[in-house]
Design a protein around this ligand. Structure first.
Ligand code: MG
Length: 373
C-alpha cells in the first residue's frame, strides 16, 4: 500500500473546541463524543423514515436515508483509515451529513426552497442540519443543541461546498474562504459512491432498469459486468449484477483513495493548515473515477430520477409541501409547541419551514391528512 496522508490528518489537539467548554471524558475523545451525540439525536432516528430516492414502505429492500447514511459512513471511514486521517471526525460528519434533509428527498428540499425564496430566503439542508445540532435538539440543561466541536459544525456546513468570504453573517465563524479539513472533504465523494451505486441497485429492484441496459449506457459498469458474466455463466442475473456492482463500488473507493493521494502530492501540502489554505479541495477521484461518476449520474437522471413514475411522485409531494407550508404561514397558531412560541421571535415563513423540514415522510402525510382531510 502506497504512502498514507498522516501528515494531513486533522490533529484533535488543534480543535477549536466546543462553544460551551466541557470537561474531557475519561475514555472517549471529543470527535468520538460528537459521533455518539449525533447517533442519539431524534433527527438521526428520523432518517429511517425519510425517502432516499424510492419511497420507504413500497419495498423492504430500498435504501432509506438512515441506511444510506450508514453506507456513506462505511465508505468514508474506510478511506479515512487507509489515508491515515481521523476516522472519528470523518464518521461524525458522515453520520450527520443528511440529518437536515426534509421529507421527500430532493423534491422536498426544492419545494421548501421555493417556498422560502418568495420571501427572499433560502432552504438549504446543510444549514438546516446546523440549526438542528445548534438549537433544535434539546437534550442538555447547560446549553442548547449538542455543543459539537467546531470542526464537526464546520464540516456539516461545508461538506458539499465551500463558503465564500462575505457570505451569510450566521456562517462567518466557519472560516469562509478556507477549505475544511481533509476528513470533511471525504464526505461528498463518499456520498456520491454510495448513492450512485445504491440507486442502480434499488432501481433494478424496482424494475425500472435492467442489467444489460446499464451496461449499454455506462462503460464503467460494463467493464465489470463482462468478467462477472464470463466467470459465473450459470449464475442468476441478479447475482451477476451484484458481482459487477460490487466490483464497481470497490473500484470507485480505490479511485477516491488514489485521486486524493495524487492531489495531495501534487499540492505539496505539509499539514492540515495547508489543506485549508489550498485553493481547491484535495479529496478527489482520479480522472477516470470522475468520468465514471459523471456517466452514472447522467444515466440515473435520465432513466431513474426523471422517469415518469418518479416525476409524478415528485410533483405530488411538492404540491403537498406548498399547501401545508401555506396553511401554517397563514396562521402560526396552528403550529404545535415549541414552534408556536418560536413564531413570536422569528418570521412565520422560517418557523413553518423549520417545522415541515423536520418531518418524516409518514408524519408529513399524517399531518397533511389531518389538516386537509
Ligand atoms: Mg447523502
Amino acid at each position: 500500500m502506497a504512502a498514507d496522508l498522516r501528515h494531513l490528518r486533522f490533529p484533535l489537539s488543534a480543535s477549536r473546541g466546543r462553544r460551551y467548554p466541557e470537561p474531557d471524558h475519561p475514555y472517549r475523545n471529543a470527535f468520538q463524543r460528537d459521533r455518539d451525540r449525533i447517533i442519539h439525536t431524534r433527527a438521526f432516528r428520523r432518517l429511517e423514515n425519510k425517502t432516499q430516492v424510492f419511497t420507504p414502505g413500497l419495498s423492504d429492500h430500498f435504501r432509506n436515508r438512515l441506511t444510506h447514511t450508514i453506507e456513506v459512513a462505511q465508505i468514508a471511514r474506510t478511506v479515512a483509515g487507509v489515508l491515515g486521517l481521523d476516522e472519528d471526525l470523518t464518521e461524525s460528519l458522515a453520520l450527520a451529513h443528511d440529518i437536515g434533509h426534509p421529507p421527500f428527498a430532493h423534491a422536498g428540499e426544492e419545494a421548501l426552497d421555493r417556498c422560502m425564496r418568495s420571501f427572499g430566503e433560502r432552504f438549504d439542508h446543510n444549514l438546516h442540519a446546523l440549526r438542528i445540532v445548534e438549537s433544535f435538539e434539546r437534550r442538555y440543561a447547560a446549553f442548547p443543541g449538542l455543543n459539537l466541536t467546531f470542526e464537526v459544525r464546520e464540516g456539516i456546513v461545508k461538506h458539499s461546498r465551500d463558503l465564500e468570504p462575505g457570505g451569510a453573517a450566521e456562517l462567518a465563524e466557519y472560516l469562509p474562504g478556507l477549505r475544511p479539513p481533509l476528513e470533511a472533504q471525504l464526505i461528498d465523494p463518499a456520498d456520491e459512491i454510495a448513492y450512485n451505486t445504491a440507486d442502480l441497485d434499488d432501481a433494478c429492484g424496482a424494475g425500472l432498469i435492467e442489467t444489460g441496459e446499464i451496461a449499454g449506457a455506462v462503460d464503467c459498469f460494463a467493464r465489470f459486468l463482462r468478467p462477472a458474466r464470463a466467470r459465473y455463466p450459470e449464475a442468476d442475473e441478479r447475482v451477476v449484477f451484484h458481482e459487477a456492482l460490487r466490483a464497481l463500488f470497490d473500484w470507485l473507493v480505490s479511485s477516491l483513495i488514489e485521486g486524493t493521494r495524487a492531489r495531495a502530492e501534487e499540492a505539496g501540502a505539509a499539514d492540515h493548515e495547508e489543506v485549508r489554505r489550498h485553493p481547491r479541495r484535495l479529496a478527489s477521484f482520479t480522472e477516470e473515477g470522475r468520468e465514471a461518476i459523471r456517466a452514472l449520474k447522467a444515466f440515473l437522471k435520465e432513466r431513474v430520477y426523471d422517469s415518469p413514475e418518479l416525476i409524478a411522485e415528485r410533483q405530488r409531494s411538492q404540491q403537498m409541501i406548498r399547501r401545508l407550508f401555506d396553511y401554517y404561514l397563514h396562521d402560526t397558531n396552528r403550529l404545535p409547541e415549541p414552534y408556536r412560541s418560536q413564531a413570536a421571535r422569528q418570521p412565520p415563513q422560517r418557523v413553518a419551514c423549520d417545522y415541515i423540514a423536520g418531518m418524516t415522510d409518514p408524519f408529513f402525510k399524517r399531518t397533511y391528512r389531518t389538516v386537509f382531510g
